[in-house]
Write a protein of this length. Structure first.
Length: 127
């Protein structure tokens, strides 16, 4: 499963809010699939993924929410990869990775999620 880097945060903080009903249902399905299969391998990417596939801002595989959304997201995600010491396109088993990911990023939550519109509702951010 290909997962956009910042979606590893969103998956953990998700509470049923989103851009559309389709998006919310898809996010819930992806999270359920991850929970049911701890041996599932994820390929970390800095582009549109399975979650983006149901986002109303996904236009031809790019985020079009704002003028510079796609460029900003790619830089943001490359910064996260650098902080955790993982390469883009690396394949990682979900069960091995989430704790590692959280441990590496716990001191950066305010910096990482500062611009996120969902941060006040996100379990990962508020925890």
């Amino acid at each position: 499963m290909k997962i956009r880097v910042h979606h590893l945060l969103c998956i953990q903080g998700f509470q049923g809010y989103g851009y559309s009903k389709n998006f919310i249902n898809n996010m819930a399905n992806v999270i359920q699939k991850i929970k049911e299969n701890s041996d599932l391998k994820m390929k970390l990417i800095t582009g549109c993924d399975i979650i983006c596939s149901h986002c109303p801002y996904n236009k031809k595989g790019k985020c079009s929410k704002n003028k510079n959304s796609e460029k900003k997201l790619k830089k943001f995600e490359k910064d996260i990869l650098m902080k955790i010491g993982v390469e883009e396109n690396e394949k990682i088993k979900v069960s091995d990775f989430l704790n590692f990911f959280n441990e590496k990023l716990k001191n950066y939550s305010k910096e990482i999620c500062n611009d996120c519109e969902w941060k006040e509702k996100c379990l990962w951010f508020i925890s």
